[in-house]
Design a protein around this ligand. Structure first.
Ligand code: 5AD
Ligand code: SF4
Length: 481
């Protein structure tokens, strides 16, 4: 399951390096998880070969694509609102075509064409290579749709065109789909079964990024710890692999060490980890390599064993604590973050208190917290009544957020007086005189620019902080440069 970047804000339109001779204009924006943002780079790359350059200007576009998220109802409503906006623009530019990509396309399929008259094109997450054919149909005046899910599509052979925002950090997708079947989650239905990408193509992409000046990559997957390459195919079919394939298979710990050794100066992050699949090997690999960042996004969803079971999370509260203890022992300065859902069906005050006490035990650095949103077609929707009143869900969520904020502040204050290594990513949003970057633990720091540049690794002495941001001053370039 993927970390959501921000489903409420308009998904930044991609603006890519323009290809000479291309005359058509593509406006593409993304909502939802990092995987969607990464996929949009693949889509833009495919369409660059079809004569499209990207534009930031919706009004100029020949083709508008929106990469959508279905994780919660609110995410879908955001996309519906955007379609209204496109509709208004289409009145002034009737030739403009509109396509829907991603999880909502997969979930709603042809219903999209019926419900939203403005939509000409519906393409699921595994069908982007079919875009040239689908666009030809649209040009001929027909609506076009491809929502076929694939056993082996990983887009490993497509070199994504990068968003030129900072030129320092990039997303590299390593697995697609999810086999976990958490009962609340729509992802297995929208993104299909789990498959892993050829490590060779991952390494080529990482090398290429390094050569282009990138300093940090995030290996992406719905469940990265489940990564397993044995020559291609679905994860669930590994049992049928030959002895040779089994002997030479590459798991996530191995992939991490290959990446870390191939580019020893590249910072390496990964997201997202499912507790049931995170191995001791992965934790030890993180400890072994300096360039693998000490941060683990480890969604727990609930602190109650009864609710974890109803969610089909395949670990208990006690096993989760054991994992946290192992991480703390093997990587003492590791930041840990969470996802939590408040108000899953049948959740009682007792269950909710278990979640609060789990928070107390772990004291996460930060987290992403949501009220439960029933998703059509999921096991929870089919088997359980969405019986926690909205007001109760919201109150429990507020309590969870308040406690998390206390812990975030506590953790952030823990860095006061220390020196942290920061990779400079951009100017601070609040002051053009300051740089903003992140520590290995994924904590944002701001400090005066002096003569440093974007892409520099600097040692920053932390002198002050807000609840979630470190404030300090650079005391020199770090050895990572
Ligand atoms: N309702 C609320 N939150 C959800 N998430 C996933 N599905 C739902 C849902 N139906 C949350 C989980 C997941 C994160 C990406 O989104 O916490 O880890
Ligand atoms: Fe990403 Fe799709 Fe999940 Fe949304 S529903 S978080 S877009 S995988």
């Amino acid at each position: 399951m993927e970390k959501i970047i921000d489903e409420n804000k308009q998904g930044d339109p991609l603006v890519l390096k323009q290809k000479e001779g291309n005359t058509k204009k593509l406006f593409i924006e993304s909502y939802g998880c990092a995987m969607n943002f990464s996929d949009s780079e693949i889509v833009a790359s495919i369409l660059q070969n079809e004569g499209f350059n990207t534009t930031k200007n919706l009004e100029d576009a020949d083709l508008v694509l929106v990469n959508t998220c279905s994780i919660r109802d609110k995410a879908e409503q955001t996309v519906r609102k955007r379609l209204e906006k496109y509709n208004a623009v289409k009145r002034t530019n009737p030739k403009m075509k509109v396509g829907v990509l991603g999880c909502m396309a997969e979930r709603l399929k042809s219903k999209f064409l019926e419900e939203e008259k403005i939509v000409d094109l519906v393409v699921g997450p595994d069908a982007y290579k079919d875009l040239p054919n689908l666009l030809a149909e649209v040009e001929d005046g027909r609506d076009a749709i491809n929502v076929v899910l694939s056993k082996d599509e990983t887009y490993g052979d497509i070199s994504p065109v990068r968003i030129n925002t900072n030129g320092v950090t990039a997303l590299v997708s390593i697995t697609r789909g999810c086999d976990n079947m958490c009962t609340f989650c729509v992802v297995p239905f929208t993104r299909g079964r789990e498959r892993s990408r050829d490590p060779q193509s991952i390494i080529e992409e990482v090398n290429d990024l390094w050569n282009k000046g990138y300093k940090e990559i995030t290996l992406l997957g719905q469940n990265v710890d489940s990564y397993l390459w044995y020559g291609g195919g679905l994860k669930k079919d590994f049992v049928k692999a030959t002895e040779m394939q089994k002997a030479t298979a590459v798991d996530f710990a191995k992939l991490l060490s290959i990446c870390a050794e191939t580019q020893p100066k590249m910072r390496i992050r990964f997201s997202t980890s499912n507790p049931q699949d995170m191995s001791l090997d992965v934790i030890k690999t993180m400890a072994k390599y300096d360039n693998i960042c000490n941060h683990i996004h480890l969604p727990v969803q609930s602190g109650s064993n009864r609710i974890l079971k109803a969610m089909n999370r395949l670990h208990t509260r006690e096993e989760y604590f054991q994992l946290i203890d192992n991480i703390r022992e093997i990587i003492p300065n590791c930041a840990i973050s969470q996802d939590i859902i408040a108000g899953f069906p049948t959740e009682t005050e007792e269950d909710h208190k278990d979640t609060l006490s789990l928070l107390e035990y772990v004291k996460y650095n930060f987290g992403y917290m949501f009220t439960y949103s029933e998703r059509p077609g999921t096991l929870a929707e089919r088997k359980l009544e969405d019986d926690v009143p909205e007001a109760t869900k919201s109150r429990r969520l507020s309590e969870i957020i308040a406690l998390q904020l206390e812990h975030s502040e506590l953790r952030t204050k823990g860095y006061l007086g220390t020196t942290v290594e920061i990779l400079i990513e951009r100017a601070s949003k609040k002051s053009s005189e300051h740089w903003s970057g992140r520590s290995a633990q994924n904590i944002v720091a701001v400090f005066p620019k002096e003569n440093y540049n974007i892409g520099d690794f600097v040692n920053v002495k932390v002198t002050d902080c807000t609840k979630a941001t470190l404030i300090g001053e650079a005391i020199g370039l770090s050895k990572s440069n």
